[in-house]
Design a protein around this ligand. Structure first.
Ligand SMILES: Nc1ncnc2c1ncn2[C@@H]1O[C@H](COP(=O)(O)OP(=O)(O)OP(=O)(O)O)[C@@H](O)[C@H]1O
Ligand SMILES: [Mg+2]
Length: 270
C-alpha cells in the first residue's frame, strides 16, 4: 500500500499520483462485490458459491446457457430472490440501496396488456425521486422527455405499450431506466426480439452510461457479434466458469466448460 502526504495547496508533482491512487480506491469501492452467493429453488440449486466483481465504467455481460442462473444472479442482486452469501456496494448490502439501481427484466415476464402509455411507463422511473402521491416536477417531465428522445421514441409517448413493436417496447424500458438517473443499470436479455436499429441504440446508450462511470450489467445469451461490445464477462453455469475481461473469459476452453459440446462464437481476437 503506497502512502503519500498531500495538502490541498500542494502543487508538487506528487499531487497527480495522489489523485490516481484515490481514483483507484473510489472505483474499487464502487464495484458490486458478489461473495459466496448461492440460490436454491426448493430442491434445485440454481447458483452455487458465486464470486465476482462488477466494476463501474464498464459494460459487463452475464453469459451462460439456458437455465444457467443468469436471471437468478441478477434477481439475487436486486433482492428479488433469497440467497446465501453477500452482495455489497460501497460497503453496504446492495439491497439497502435499490434506489441506485435501474432494472429491466426479461421481456417475457412483463405484462404487455397492462393499460399504460409509453409516457406512464417512463414517468414510473421518476417515482422513487418524487415519492408516491406527489406530483411530478417540471424537471422530472423534462428528464423523461430527454430519455424518450435519447432512445428515439418521443413521438410514441401517448401510445399504449401493448401496441408497440418488440424493439420499441425495449426502448421504452431503457428510457424508464435512464429517467431513474441510477448508478447501476441491470438489463436481462434486452436484445431478444429486437431489430438491428434498436440494438445499435441500446449499445450506444450502454457505452455512454459506462463512459459516464455508471455500472452496466446485461444478461446476454447471444455468442455472436454483440459479444464484442462487452468489456467484462461473467460466464456461468450454476457456478462461475470464468470472470474478468472479455478476452480473458471468452476462450474456447471456458466456453466448452459453460456450454458443453462445440459452440460457435464470434471472436475479434485475430
Ligand atoms: N421461481 C422459480 N422456481 C423454481 N425454479 C426456478 C425459478 N426460477 C428459475 N428456476 C430454475 O432455476 C434455474 C435457473 O433459472 P434462470 O432463469 O436463472 O436461468 P437463465 O440462465 O436466466 O436461463 P434463460 O437463458 O432461459 O433465461 C433453471 O433451472 C430454472 O428452471
Ligand atoms: Mg434468464
Amino acid at each position: 500500500m503506497q502512502s503519500v502526504n498531500f495538502s490541498p495547496d500542494d502543487n508538487s508533482p506528487n499531487q497527480e499520483r495522489v489523485y490516481d491512487i484515490q481514483d483507484a480506491v473510489t472505483l474499487h469501492n464502487r464495484s458490486i462485490k458478489v461473495a459466496h452467493v448461492g440460490v436454491s429453488y426448493r430442491s434445485l440449486e440454481a447458483l452455487v458459491d458465486i464470486n465476482c466483481i462488477v466494476k463501474p465504467g464498464r459494460l459487463t455481460g452475464i453469459y451462460g446457457p439456458n437455465g444457467a442462473g443468469k436471471s437468478t444472479l441478477m434477481k439475487a442482486m436486486l433482492g428479488l430472490v433469497e440467497h446465501s452469501g453477500t452482495i455489497s456496494y460501497q460497503g453496504k448490502p446492495l439491497t439497502e440501496q435499490l434506489e441506485k439501481v435501474a432494472y429491466v427484466p426479461q421481456r417475457s415476464v412483463i405484462d404487455w396488456t397492462y393499460p399504460a402509455t409509453v409516457w406512464d411507463v417512463v414517468m414510473m422511473g421518476r417515482v422513487k425521486k418524487t415519492g408516491w402521491l406527489r406530483s411530478f416536477s417540471g424537471v422530472s417531465r423534462q428528464i423523461a422527455k430527454s430519455a424518450l428522445q435519447r432512445v428515439g421514441i418521443l413521438e410514441y409517448r401517448d401510445r399504449a405499450i401493448g401496441q408497440l413493436s418488440g424493439g420499441q417496447q425495449q426502448r421504452v424500458f431503457l428510457a424508464r431506466a435512464l429517467a431513474q438517473e441510477a448508478e447501476i443499470f441491470c438489463l436481462d436479455e434486452p436484445f431478444v426480439g429486437i431489430d438491428q436499429k434498436t440494438q445499435t441504440v441500446l449499445f450506444e446508450v450502454f457505452h455512454e452510461l459506462a463512459a459516464a462511470g455508471k455500472t452496466v450489467l446485461v444478461v446476454n445469451h447471444d455468442l455472436g457479434e454483440t459479444t464484442t461490445h462487452f468489456d467484462d464477462i461473467i460466464l456461468l453455469n450454476r457456478q462461475i466458469i470464468a470472470t474478468g475481461s472479455r478476452k480473458q473469459v471468452m476462450t474456447e476452453q471456458n466456453l466448452y466448460r459453460a456450454y458443453g459440446g462445440k459452440v460457435m462464437y464470434f471472436s475479434d481476437a485475430a
